[in-house]
Each structure stands twice: as structure tokens, then as C-alpha cells.
Write a protein that binds this ligand. Structure first.
Ligand code: NAD
Length: 487
């Protein structure tokens, strides 16, 4: 299987190669096959991408939002028409099953282009401020050249979630995908230009943690939006802050999902499984600490085990496959190390914990895993694992579970399952998280702001809120009479 792009980078409307950059392989996680060979960006490539973005941005910002929106909506249409091809590429890039990518990846990217393309004409207005004769007005102005840096779990979605609001607001973007998933963003760039985006406005360059700082520290970059781990977030936010650049940080989590005795049991189990096993558990907002009230613990665990053991693991390109491999050998090893820690610290391994049967030996597969009797201080309950490992903890009372759920440095997401409407709202109100779900989990439509609190980050993606993070306000005071000067 090959997915070799014409060149490593996409700059100023064209594919660009620079073989002086460190060569690296793109690997299909299901088989370990090398599907493409690319080169990381050299400083010259970084400069070229940022210069192209800077050159193109002024004219783009001068266009009407409606005209910019028309191009983004066209890109959304192209993405939907080519959904199968893009989904297959996403599967090759990530190893996620086609069953998922066909409904969740290019489609959610297209949603972002459609949403921001559609709302732009009304959402970028300013205010008129009457001052009794004089008046003032505000304008929402673009920031300039924005950098996007992506994680490997949703490469196409991240490329679009950052690109769409940045572009519609009149900015140019230089996007660096994760070194593990370099392919999807190149296709997004191609499609944007096919849709009519002028050259230089959406550039993709490759590289890893040594390339990122070249972008973040570049003098012509006004903003950085990162999707990644808390550790990387601290570095990137620190570097950006020292130069007073704008930042959006979409970081990691260890989110709580609380199931009360009165919840619809099958629905809560379904939510917990989706919130731990989708994308082989590589989802930042996953509800990895599942707090189950003691009255339903036994029934919850027995049905959870039964349903988890039926998950179909295998070749991601087969429509029936529900769980693919992990992104890389390094990530797989990390997850197995956490499983060993869970056992050593006394959690009960309810199911999984090993390598599944009947999968390619070179693939980075792991069984969906559930630990029961997990306690708050165990490592697996405190640290983000980023794999298909669910921790089930039990609790007695509402106040107790809220305090324990909030007892983490993270604050990305949280969920509650209960049939008591008042309790659902009370609990959602008290949980410290950027996104909360009541009686469902992990839905992130473009209309709803998405982002974290505490160490999970700041800024929001999606919704009109994202536009605030890609623009700044300019206030214009207009005098209607001559200046009254005491001098
Ligand atoms: P990572 O932090 O290792 O890497 C993220 C990106 O940052 C990569 O492109 C990487 O090359 C780049 N990078 C690394 N060091 C850098 C530096 N010093 N300067 C600039 N760029 C640098 O994360 P990952 O392993 O790719 O992804 C997994 C993490 O991402 C998890 O913690 C997960 O929770 C988080 N994540 C968050 C969200 C969200 O929306 N909140 C979504 C997906 C993933």
C-alpha cells in the first residue's frame, strides 16, 4: 500500500520538496508498512512558508467575508464528494477503522469549512458605540500569519478546525501536522486551492518537535494554535508568551464520566465504551475515569465486559472492523506499561490487557481493556494513557463523586448519566471542564465551543467563539465637533 504525496510540503499553492531536511517514514499502523517517505522542513522551508503566508494575507483580508466564505464552502463540498478517498487516506495515516473515518474525519473537517464559510458574513461585524454626538465603532481584524500544530489522532479534522476559522477571519495559515500523520493535511491544502483559495494562504510543512519551535518563534507569526499534550503545551505557550503571541491550547485530559444508579444502563455503558475505545482510545476528551455508583456496579461491569469482548478488532480497511491499531509502537509500549502499573497497583483487570488474536504481528494492536476497583491515587487514574484503557471507580454519593472527579489538574471534558434532570444540571454545573455531556459522551459538533480548562488548555475551537481567537478588536473613535483644547 502506498500513499506517497508528490512532495513533503505544500507552500504557496504548490507541492515543494527539500531533501536537505531529515527524511522520515510514514507508517501504516495496521501492518507496519512504509506508505510514504518524507522530509522534515529545513529552516529555509519554514521561512518560505511563512513568507508566502505573509505575502498573501493582506489581499485576502481585504476581501469580503462572503467572498472568503464562498471558497470555504466550496472546499466543504469537495471534501464531501471525495469522502471515501479522504477517509481511506485518514485510515492509512492513523490506522483508525474506515467505519469511523468515513463518518467522523473528513466529514467533521467539511463541517468546519461549511460552518465558518456560512456564518462569516454576519459573524465578523463590529459594534457601534454612541457617545452623545461623537461615536465609536469596533472592527474585528485578523491577526496575520497563524501557525497550527496538530496531534496524530484526528489529522484531517485538526487541519480543518484550525484552518477554517483562521482563514474566514482573514488570516493565512502555516500548518504542521504530527510527524506520525503527515498525509491528511496535504490533501486539505490541495482541496482548498482547488476550491479557489489564493496561493500562500494555507501552507503545510512537515516536521517534529524540533521543527515546531522554528514556527512558534518566527518573528512573522502572530498566533499559534496547538493540539497536543500538556507537556508540549507548556513549552509552546511559554515560547509564545515570551514574544506576546496569541495562543490556543487544546491539550490532554483525564476526564470523569459519572454514572448514577438511576441511569439508563445500556446507554451509559455505550457512552463509556465510545468514550474510551473510539479511535482506539486516542481521543483527548475521553472519559477515562468512569465513576459508577455502587448500587449498579455489578450489573454495569458484567454488561460492560460482555459488550467489550464483542468488539471486532482487525484490518481497519474492512467495514466491519470496530477497533484498529494504536498509532505507533512507542504509543503501544506506553499503554502496555500503564496496564502493568494498573495491575501492580492493585486494580482488577476485568477484560483485555493483551494483544488480540488474528491481527498482523507487525500491526500495533491492543485489546480494549477495562480495569475495575480503580482508586483515585492509582497512576492509571491520574495520568492520561491515550489508549483503549477504561478505569472504573465506584462511589456512594453525589458530593463525594464531584469532589473526586474534580481532583485532577486536567479540565477538558466530563460526562454524567442519570435520569434525574435536576441532578444532571447540578452535577454538570459543578464539574470543572470545558465541555460537559449529559446522557451522552464525546459528541463535538462544529456549532458548539470545544476546549479545556485548568491544565487542559485555553481558547476554544469550533462555534462563533473560535473567531474571537483568530481576530482582535480595533476601536475607532469618531469626533463630530472640533477639539476643545485647554492649550
Ligand atoms: P505531542 O504534544 O507529542 O505533539 C503534538 C504536536 O506538537 C506534534 O505536531 C509535535 O510535533 C509538536 N511538538 C512537540 N513538541 C513541540 C515543541 N516544543 N514546539 C512546537 N511543537 C512541538 O502530542 P501527540 O502525542 O501528537 O498527541 C497526543 C496528545 O494530544 C494527547 O495529550 C492528547 O490529549 C492531546 N490532544 C488534545 C486534543 C484537544 O483538542 N484538546 C485533541 C487531540 C489530542
Amino acid at each position: 500500500m502506498k500513499a506517497q504525496p508528490p512532495a513533503s510540503h505544500f507552500i504557496d499553492g504548490d507541492y515543494v520538496e527539500d531533501t536537505a531536511g531529515t527524511a522520515f517514514d510514514s507508517i501504516y499502523p495496521a501492518t507496519g508498512e512504509v506508505i510514504a517517505r518524507l522530509h522534515a522542513a529545513t529552516p529555509a522551508i519554514v521561512d518560505r512558508a511563512i513568507a508566502a503566508a505573509k505575502r498573501a494575507q493582506g489581499e485576502w483580508a481585504a476581501m469580503s467575508p462572503t467572498a472568503r466564505g464562498r471558497i470555504l464552502k466550496r472546499a466543504a463540498d469537495i471534501m464531501r464528494t471525495r469522502n471515501r478517498e479522504l477517509s481511506e487516506l485518514e485510515t492509512l495515516d492513523t490506522g483508525k477503522p474506515i467505519q469511523e473515518t468515513i463518518v467522523a474525519d473528513p466529514t467533521s473537517g467539511a463541517d468546519a469549512f461549511e460552518f465558518f464559510g456560512g456564518v462569516a458574513a454576519a459573524a465578523l461585524n463590529g459594534d457601534y458605540i454612541p457617545l452623545g454626538g461623537d461615536f465609536a465603532f469596533t472592527k474585528r481584524v485578523p491577526l496575520g500569519v497563524c501557525v497550527g500544530i496538530g496531534a496524530w489522532n484526528y489529522p484531517q479534522q485538526i487541519a480543518c478546525w484550525k484552518g477554517a476559522p483562521a482563514l474566514i477571519a482573514g488570516n493565512a495559515m502555516v500548518f504542521k501536522p504530527s510527524e506520525n500523520t503527515p498525509l491528511g493535511a496535504l490533501k486539505i491544502a490541495e482541496i482548498l486551492f482547488e476550491a479557489g483559495l489564493p496561493k500562500g494562504l494555507y501552507n503545510v510543512i512537515q516536521g517534529d518537535r524540533s521543527t515546531g519551535p522554528l514556527l512558534v518563534n518566527h518573528k512573522d507569526v502572530a498566533k499559534v494554535s496547538l493540539t497536543g499534550s500538556v507537556e508540549t503545551g507548556r513549552k509552546v505557550a511559554g515560547a509564545a508568551a515570551s514574544q506576546l503571541k496569541h495562543v490556543t491550547m487544546e491539550l490532554g485530559g483525564k476526564s470523569p464520566l459519572i454514572v448514577f444508579d438511576d441511569a439508563d444502563l445500556e446507554s451509559a455503558i455505550g457512552g463509556a465504551m465510545l468514550g474510551n475505545f473510539y479511535s482506539t482510545g486516542q481521543v483527548c476528551s475521553n472519559g477515562t475515569r468512569v465513576f459508577v455508583q455502587k448500587g449498579i456496579k455489578d450489573r454495569f461491569l458484567s454488561r460492560l465486559k460482555e459488550r467489550t469482548e464483542k468488539i471486532i478488532i482487525g484490518d481497519p480497511m474492512i467495514e466491519e472492523t470496530q477497533l484498529g491499531p494504536m498509532i505507533s509502537r512507542a504509543q503501544l509500549d506506553k499503554v502496555f506499561a500503564y496496564i502493568e502499573k494498573g495491575k501492580a497497583e492493585g486494580a482488577t483487570l476485568l477484560t483485555g490487557g493483551g494483544i488480540p488474536n488474528d491481527v498482523s504481528a507487525e500491526g500495533t494492536y491492543i485489546q480494549p481493556t477495562v480495569f475495575a476497583d480503580v482508586t483515585d491515587e492509582m497512576t492509571i487514574a491520574r495520568e492520561e494513557i491515550f489508549g483503549p484503557v477504561m478505569c472504573v471507580l465506584d462511589f456512594d454519593h453525589e458530593d463525594e463523586v464531584i469532589e473526586r472527579a474534580n481532583g485532577t489538574e486536567f479540565g477538558l471534558s466530563a460526562g454524567v448519566f442519570t435520569s434525574d434532570l435536576t441532578r444532571a444540571h447540578r452535577v454538570a454545573d459543578r464539574l470543572e471542564a470545558g465541555t460537559l455531556w449529559i446522557n451522552t459522551y464525546n459528541l463535538a459538533p462544529v456549532e458548539v465551543p470545544f476546549g479545556g480548562s485548568k491544565q487542559s488548555g485555553f481558547g476554544r475551537e469550533n462555534s462563533l467563539a473560535a473567531l474571537n481567537h483568530y481576530t482582535e478588536l480595533k476601536s475607532v473613535y469618531v469626533a463630530m465637533s472640533p477639539v476643545q483644547s485647554p492649550y
